[in-house]
Design a protein around this ligand. Structure first.
Ligand code: ZN
Length: 201
């Protein structure tokens, strides 16, 4: 018997890993460098009113939306021997009522975002790297507002022309389709007319 094993085991028990769960990250003031270095994960949900630009896209006559309208998850990663070495993986999804461009009634649209962002120091370096990378490269700042980033990405993911697969008001659809067809095909109609007159077959 050399030493007292009890002391050793006590020390071992008190050790729970490097800065483990003690650190808390703030999504609206995220320290990306530390977040990535620790491989940390942060997730949560926001009501649409916290994302005012996205809220503006919602059909006007919709009732107040739930507190978890936007669900998101962020994961930090530091990659060795790669530039950038700091990465943020971002997932978000939201169910949003937009105005159908065919019948003008609200249409529920699911928007999903799954992207990753690389971070380097300096605006110029970020811009140069961004131009040659398939991923989005962002200049590293002391803090990052994840909510703004999530809102940007959800806005980009919105359909340009939201529409029901089948509109709930078929009469309005018929009228709209008819007028669009006539307006869109004047040359086709003219070509058919000329073809008939010339007697071509
Ligand atoms: Zn519709």
């Amino acid at each position: 018997m050399k030493n007292c094993p009890i002391v050793v085991s006590r020390i071992g028990r008190s050790y729970t890993g490097p800065m483990a769960s003690s650190r808390e990250f703030d999504a609206t003031r995220l320290d990306v460098e530390t977040f990535a270095a620790e491989g940390a994960v942060l997730q949560g949900q926001w009501p649409l009113r916290d994302l005012p630009r996205l809220r503006d896209s919602v059909a006007a006559d919709m009732p107040p939306e739930p507190a978890d309208a936007v669900r998101w998850k962020a994961r930090g990663e530091r990659m060795a021997n790669v530039r950038p070495e700091l990465w943020l993986h971002l997932e978000a999804d939201a169910s949003i009522a937009l105005q159908c461009q065919r019948c003008l009634a609200p249409v529920e649209v699911s928007v999903v975002v799954d992207r990753r962002f690389g971070f380097v120091a300096g605006e110029d370096a970020a811009a140069a790297l961004d131009a040659t990378s398939d991923d989005d490269i962002i200049a590293l700042t002391r803090t990052l507002d994840l909510r703004v980033l999530v809102e940007d990405e959800l806005l980009l993911a919105l359909p340009l022309v939201p529409m029901h697969a089948v509109c709930p008001t078929p009469l309005a659809v018929h009228d709209a389709d008819h007028s669009v067809d006539e307006a869109a095909n004047p040359f086709a109609a003219l070509a058919a007319l000329k073809s008939d007159r010339n007697g071509t077959h």
